[in-house]
Write a protein that binds this ligand. Structure first.
Ligand code: HEM
Length: 501
């Protein structure tokens, strides 16, 4: 018979083993959640401004991030004013944040400026909201329109819209003499492409209200692309009060135009039994069906739907500004212009106009677009950690703003030959368009850019149509330094001469 004491000892031993196992697995979980992870290194900081002084003297903060990375490693912590930030350099770390742990880093910063640009609620914005079921729905609904599959009805319709507007653009350019201020003309064409594609509406270029709407969108686009010290030091916001009031007026005017001239009576007249014809009708249908359900918290109410519509129509400013920068590069690259023209002549000839359907056979022209995107090195919209997590083994606390340094991925000498040079050939391999894996100009994962396909299609349509007819030449005494680190250009920007081929 086993003595009672031995049984007692055995029970104690089993309990000790169970508790030890439990603690072991618990500690493993905690470690994964980040509690015991190492903090990222960080430079010494100053009171109040933290590390903001380290960004001084650089054209773009991301250049400073790359330089600081050489000293402090690929993941390091910065305190920018009152905001806890982490900078993430190197492809594998950026991918970890965007893709592998994309669901940990799918919020956006809570800057006061974003709140006030979207009626006091940044959740109204497609690009600056945090991840939510509403954002999931908004992205799902958009997909069919922003990523039309090749040769479907939507794609063919888009091809026709782009062709029509680019032919009108050619006509407008031919009608101008000497130097051409292209930006306002081009923005109107891009606006009509977007309005026709998403809302089945378009406007006469001389319509004053339409012109004002295009200007207003451009102003908002410029504003959201600026970085302000006040984003990190909110006590400076009062200095921007006038600007914010102006923005509030501008966004109000955009809303009036969209409601009166684009939506008109479509909300009331749309019959939910029918299939939506465009993105506007998809939004109307969704909101009406949710209203019918009488749900207390609909995923998307009409107010939010209007913001989503405006955000996506506003994408025309992104394409228009990008194209002007692209022409700003090309004016200095006559050889590149010649190569595009040779590709057009070989693929299309001169009897018909180029269309977006020729894209697959024109890898060099496609490469030109990507080379301009690379050199502009527009940043990935900052992300925010929705939970405590890690990158490259370093702890990232919940609420930390993440700067994912795609500037370095676009411009590093380790990744590109002569990165400062305009060399579209780097995007062509075996006579096909080729995008290196480390090149992430549109971000990635669940918050990736919703407009990149439209950027490619519209840019291709406009660039090839112009190059088929003209050489782009400099205007005397005009400087063509293309600003980098942002897509936006000021209102009065480059003028060009268009010389008929
Ligand atoms: C050359 C032009 C453009 C560039 C370089 C660009 C780049 C980007 C980048 C880097 C992001 C952040 C991605 C991330 O966080 O992973 C983004 C987000 C976004 N972009 Fe673009 N973009 C361009 C044009 C457009 C256009 C034309 C549209 C609209 C049709 C658009 C719609 C959006 C939207 C809606 C988001 C936010 C997505 C989300 O947060 O869920 N973009 N873009």
């Amino acid at each position: 018979m086993v003595p009672l004491f031995t049984i007692f000892l055995l029970i104690v031993l089993i309990i000790v083993i169970l508790v030890t196992c439990f603690e072991f697995f618990k500690s493993r979980d905690v470690k994964e959640e980040g509690t015991f992870l190492q903090e990222p290194p960080s430079p010494r900081r100053l009171p109040i401004i933290g590390h903001m002084h380290l960004l001084a003297g650089y054209e773009v903060p991301y250049q400073a991030f790359a330089d600081l990375g050489k000293k402090f490693g690929s993941v390091f912590k910065l305190q920018l004013g009152s905001v806890k930030c982490v900078v993430v350099n190197e492809q594998r770390n950026v991918r970890e944040a965007l893709v592998t742990k994309g669901h940990h880093f799918d919020y956006r910063p809570n800057f006061e400026r974003y709140q006030s640009l979207f009626s006091g609620n940044k959740e109204n914005s497609l690009a600056f909201c945090d991840w939510s079921s509403t954002q999931k729905v908004r992205r799902e609904m958009l997909k069919a329109y922003t990523f039309p599959r090749a040769f479907t009805n939507k794609y063919v319709a888009l091809e026709q819209i782009i062709s029509k507007e680019t032919q009108q653009l050619i006509g407008n350019i031919e009608g101008e003499e000497g130097s051409v201020h292209l930006k306002p003309i081009l923005l109107k064409k891009c606006a009509n492409i977007f309005l026709k594609h998403f809302c089945t509406e378009s406007f006469n270029s001389n319509d004053a209200e339409f012109e004002k709407m295009v200007e207003n969108f451009d102003e908002v686009f410029y504003e959201v692309n600026q970085g302000y010290a006040a984003d990190f030091l909110p006590f400076l916001m009062p200095f921007h009060q006038k600007k914010m009031q102006k923005m509030s007026k501008v966004t109000h005017e955009i809303r009036e135009f969209i409601t009166k001239k684009v939506i008109k009576d479509k909300f009331t007249s749309f019959n939910c039994e029918t299939e939506p014809n465009d993105y506007l009708e998809s939004l109307i249908r969704h909101v009406k069906l949710e209203n019918q359900k009488d749900s207390e918290s609909p995923t998307l109410d009409w107010e939010m739907a209007l913001f989503a519509l405006e955000d996506i129509i506003g994408g025309h400013s992104a394409v228009g500004n990008f194209l002007i920068k692209l022409f700003g590069f090309l004016v200095d690259e006559p050889e590149v212009q010649k190569k595009i023209q040779t590709e057009i002549d070989r693929t299309v000839g001169s009897d018909r106009s180029v269309t977006i359907c020729d894209r697959n056979n024109m890898p060099y022209t496609e490469g030109v677009i990507f080379e301009a995107i690379r050199l502009i090195a527009s940043p990935i919209v900052p992300r925010v950690a929705n939970q405590t997590s890690s990158i490259n083994g370093y702890k990232i606390e919940k609420g930390t703003v993440l700067f994912l340094n795609n500037y370095d991925l676009s411009m590093s000498e380790k990744l590109w030959d002569s990165p400062d040079k305009f060399q579209p050939e780097r995007f062509v391999k075996n006579e096909k368009f080729f995008k290196p894996e480390h090149f992430l100009p549109f971000g990635g994962g669940r918050r990736s850019c919703m407009g990149y396909k439209l950027v490619q299609l519209v840019s291709f349509g406009v660039l090839s149509a112009i190059m088929q007819r003209f050489n782009i030449r400099k205007v005397q005494n005009e400087s063509y330094t293309v600003p980098v680190g942002s897509l936006a250009l000021g209102k009065d920007t480059f003028k060009f001469r268009f010389e008929k081929r």
